[in-house]
Design a binder for this molecule. Structure first.
Ligand code: ZN
Length: 452
């Protein structure tokens, strides 16, 4: 949530968050010294880790900060120890050959801004130090005598864990995130309702699948998602709004970047830095809008699939976009991971499983005959077997569904078409050109047997 501190609160937050960041760096410095000291003596990465004295550094350094930070000083140490432990886990996975070769685990880094070299304000708050009032929208931290107002809704209900507060330089705003053990109503030593966050949702899974149907999803640029359900439904989501946003933001960013370059060339560092900061802010804004749009799509899609009795979803990896159309536009507009993440998060709430299908050729081969198809720029593929035609987005989704689940849908498929917007998802007119044909009647020049 976004915090809305007043002037005095903001100064206090800065002081606390700088102390926490400083403690992180001091602890981490000692621990890195111990680690790299052992490395210099020729020890292996894993053997060097045994020389990092977490306990000793904790005992020696944390008490210097408890006067200013209270229990949060221990939360800083805890978080740093977690980072070292995750480094250990990665090294272990690497030694067992479980990590991809391009991942090189490294010890935890320092808290500092890459560009300015300054510490970034960051404050972890121990779970017993604060309470949240979702009605009044106030976070109360008695130890710091802070009552911080916040914007936004508290989504989850459950036992609160560590809260982290940080300052976002690009948005010039303070944020807090609270980890919630969803569904847990009591703490270890019985009920302690003041450390329960009273959010809206008590369970991550809000529903169970009502059927066992399957669906295949083909992700793309103009049609963000083309979905075929095992029962023969075909649903498409158009991405016109995403495209408009892309051109709007790209244009503004390009103008600012060239202005920044001009400022640099005449030695106006101050103006250059200001413009670069504005570029970063716009990029963040564009990403936020895109993610919001993806969430709208995912929520509409998954609720719809759940209503149709789908329990398993297969999503194709978009090799074709990565390869064929790898121009600036499609690469930038395309945030595959963000979209998959949104779909997976939504599916989790409905108990629907999501699998990714990493097979090539899902859009270049006929779903019915497995042979290579010719693609016209108008989004229609022509299969040489029987010379039938299919909409390419339908062909892709059919292939993904078949390769994922073995289910091949036949039937007179007509798309249900939607347009994804920032404030929701609305029905749109069909995109399927009637000439393009469909699964049962794959268009003109159908061979003697047809595809079936
Ligand atoms: Zn075919």
């Amino acid at each position: 949530m976004r915090l809305l501190p007043n002037g005095a609160q903001e100064r206090k937050l800065r002081r606390l968050a700088d102390a926490a960041a400083k403690l992180w760096n001091e602890l981490n410095y000692e621990r890195r010294q111990q680690y790299f000291g052992a490395r210099k003596q020729g020890l292996s990465e894993r053997a060097s880790l045994a020389h990092v004295d977490l306990k000793g550094t904790r005992k020696r350094m944390v008490p210097n900060y408890t006067e200013i930070l209270g229990a949060s000083a221990w939360a800083v140490e805890r978080k740093n120890a977690e980072a070292w432990s995750s480094f250990r886990g990665l090294l272990k996975a690497k030694s067992k050959g479980k990590l991809p070769p391009w991942i090189h685990p490294a010890p935890p880094g320092y808290n500092k801004d890459r560009k300015t070299g300054r510490r970034k304000p960051w404050l972890p708050v121990h779970h017993e130090m604060y309470t949240v009032d979702p009605e009044a929208k106030v976070i109360h931290i008695p130890r710091y005598n802070l009552r911080l107002r916040f914007a936004g809704d508290v989504r989850w209900h459950g036992k609160q864990e560590r809260m982290e507060i940080w300052y976002d330089e690009a948005r010039r705003a303070w944020y807090a995130s609270i980890a919630v053990k969803v569904g847990a109503e009591t703490t270890r030593n019985g009920t302690k309702p003041r450390h329960i966050v009273q959010g809206g949702r008590r369970s991550i899974e809000v529903a169970r699948p009502v059927g066992d149907k399957v669906a295949g999803i083909d992700l793309g640029v103009n049609i963000i998602a083309s979905v075929v359900v095992g029962d023969g439904a075909w649903i498409i989501y158009k991405g016109a709004r995403l495209k408009e946003d892309y051109f709007h933001f790209e244009g503004r960013i390009a103008r600012l970047e060239s202005e920044a370059a001009r400022a640099k060339s005449v030695g106006d560092e101050k103006r250059h830095d200001r413009l670069r900061a504005e570029v970063r802010r716009l990029k963040r804004k564009w990403a936020a809008r895109r993610i919001h749009l993806y969430r709208n799509l995912a929520s509409h899609l998954i609720r719809g699939l759940w209503g149709r009795g789908v329990s398993t979803v297969y999503v194709g990896y978009p090799y074709e976009i990565a390869r064929d159309n790898g121009n600036k536009y499609s690469v930038n507009i395309w945030a595959y991971r963000e979209l998959i993440g949104a779909i997976e998060a939504e599916a989790r709430e409905y108990g629907i499983s999501v699998y990714e299908v990493y097979e090539r050729g899902t859009s270049s081969h006929c779903a019915y005959h497995g042979v290579e198809v010719k693609r016209s720029p108008r989004g229609v593929v022509t299969c040489p077997v029987g010379d039938h035609r299919l909409h390419s987005d339908l062909n892709g989704a059919l292939n993904i569904l078949r390769r994922g689940s073995g289910v091949l849908v036949r039937g007179n498929l007509r798309p249900l078409s939607f347009i994804v917007d920032h404030n929701g998802v609305a029905p749109a007119n069909s995109i399927a050109p009637t000439k393009g044909g469909n699964a049962q009647n794959p268009g003109v020049n159908l061979g003697p047997q047809g595809p079936g």
